[in-house]
Design a protein around this ligand. Sequence first.
Ligand SMILES: [Zn+2]
Length: 151
Amino acid sequence: MMGFETSMAFSVILLIGAIGLYSLMWIGSSLLLAFCVYNDALYRRVDNPVMWAVLSGFFNIVALIYIIIQVSKKQQPMRCMQCGDFLAPGSQHCQRCGRSLMVPSSEEMAGYNKRRRLFLWLWIASQVVSFIFVFVFLMIYLANVFSFVGL
Ligand SMILES: [Zn+2]
């Protein structure tokens, strides 16, 4: 039979442990979301894919804003990243400043497409796991609290 203090201490350790574990899950989940947004930005040829990925990782709401912007945006003609001139489709160099455009090959595009889907599913899975974890933890925690207050 555990004393009240022992139960109390156990309960606090359990809570701290769970919060720590949940934080790790949150970080992991945020990384998956960042990778998803990064590959999506590369696939859509959005400027600043790293910025979008980092922001989405830190503030998950940014990923939602990003998706809304990308879905509502019409397919824009490609622009040169150096001088901003519109580019002829399929060209390898800018006709104005001559910058090499480094157009991704179809294999690279397929890779971005595959990875953005993969990371999206992994992110969804991590959210489900986190949710189940919180649910199970609350059940165990409440059962523990109720048992030592004598309910
Ligand atoms: Zn140019």
